[in-house]
Design a protein around this ligand. Structure first.
Ligand code: C2E
Ligand code: MG
Ligand code: MG
Length: 338
């Protein structure tokens, strides 16, 4: 049986557009191949392994095929263990919310923070959100976990305001899955009420991926949140697909430039040109620009010159626990030039 020949033929068919109702549609295919008996002796094992190989193809940019490998097996086992350990992690108190300060570049002062979730698993040790959030989304556990993050973040903001006498803002990341939760808006309203935080002090960060799912509930929830007075921020800008049309379609208040561009602004002309153009475009759409992942004084200097509004990153501080945030102060050496 010639798997490669069959797969190539399938991919070939999908390279041509399909004509439906007079419109040309292009579909991509991602194929995973598992071979009997090396990659499994039962249909269940073979399908599971072909599925893992298919994910590999998607990650490789779609429209391709991958054979199952031993490393994929290790990946599946790790995913399964994370999934298993995620159940009950909230109840066992294994989550902590850390906060990364955000600095207003015009005033040179702290203006707020972003809440970032940390998981200290009793069995697996610390697991990065990039690894466990997608699994929490997949299982739906992100719904209760997301509620926990919001409650913690609002309580922290309240406390921070009391301790400093300042009106700071708090940014909280949202997952697509949370939009499907019927009482999400009600939960947000109620949380604002119990914490006594004004809606304008809360920002929700949403990645383009959320919008890509293109469900009606996304429109309803974004409109609902905006009507409450909460700020909406487009996270990881520049890494997704049709960012510009989303910016026009939804009422975003802020745009966060992905740290992969910020990392290159002092060394790579293309990155600097892209950041320059993004800031100009965002400003003409009345959006404030936040640069994430600022690690050096040189990067900060360039961002100030380009008119970027807000910055966050290791140059100022890593994400820190709530009690450290209360004592966080900017040092003079952080704010250079400008
Ligand atoms: P994000 O929202 O884009 O968060 C920024 C990430 O960059 C954070 O990673 C932060 O620790 C990291 N970072 C900040 N400054 C620097 C820097 O100067 N250099 C470098 N190299 N990295 C920096 P983290 O905390 O690992 O979070 C990863 C992602 O996980 C977040 O990306 C966000 O999409 C997601 N996430 C984190 N917490 C939550 C949450 O409570 N809910 C949801 N839905 N997603 C979350
Ligand atoms: Mg974020
Ligand atoms: Mg980001």
């Amino acid at each position: 049986f010639d798997a490669v020949g069959t797969v190539e033929k399938l991919l070939g068919v999908f390279r041509e557009p399909f004509t439906i109702d007079g419109r040309e549609l292009i579909l991509t295919t991602s194929i995973g191949v598992a071979v009997f008996p090396d990659n499994g002796e039962s249909a269940t094992d073979l399908l599971r392994n072909a599925d893992a190989a298919m994910y590999q193809s998607k990650e490789a940019g779609r429209n391709t095929y991958s054979f199952f490998t031993k490393q994929m097996n290790a990946m599946i086992l790790r995913r399964l263990e994370i999934e298993e350990q995620l159940y009950g992690a909230l109840e066992r108190g294994e989550f902590e919310v850390c906060y990364q300060p955000k600095i207003n570049l015009r005033s040179g002062r702290i203006m707020g923070a972003e809440a970032l979730l940390r998981w200290h698993s009793s069995v697996m040790g610390s697991v990065s959100p990039d690894e466990f959030i997608p699994i929490a989304e997949h299982t739906g556990l992100i719904v209760p976990i997301g509620k926990f993050v919001l409650a913690q973040a609002l309580a922290c903001l309240k406390e921070w305001g009391r301790a400093s006498g300042q009106e700071y803002t708090m940014a909280v990341n949202l997952s697509p899955r949370q939009f499907r939760d019927q009482d999400f808006i009600d939960y947000v309203k109620q949380s604002l009420r119990t914490s006594g935080v004004a809606p304008e002090r809360l920002e929700f960060e949403i990645t383009e991926g959320v919008l890509l799912i293109g469900q009606a509930c996304v429109d309803d929830i974004l409109t609902g949140l905006h009507a409450l007075g909460i700020k909406l921020s487009m996270d990881d800008f520049g890494t997704g697909y049709s960012s510009l049309s989303y910016l026009r379609r939804y009422d975003f208040d802020l745009l966060k430039i992905d740290r992969s561009f910020v990392g290159g602004i002092t060394t790579n002309k293309e990155d600097r040109d892209l950041v320059t153009a993004t800031i100009a475009m965002a400003h003409s759409l009345n959006l404030e620009v936040v640069a994430e992942g600022v690690e050096t004084a040189d990067q900060l200097n360039v961002l100030c010159k380009l008119g970027c509004d807000v910055a966050q990153g290791y140059h100022f501080s890593k994400p820190i626990p709530a009690r450290e945030l209360m004592d966080y102060r900017l040092t003079d050496s952080c704010m250079v030039g400008g």
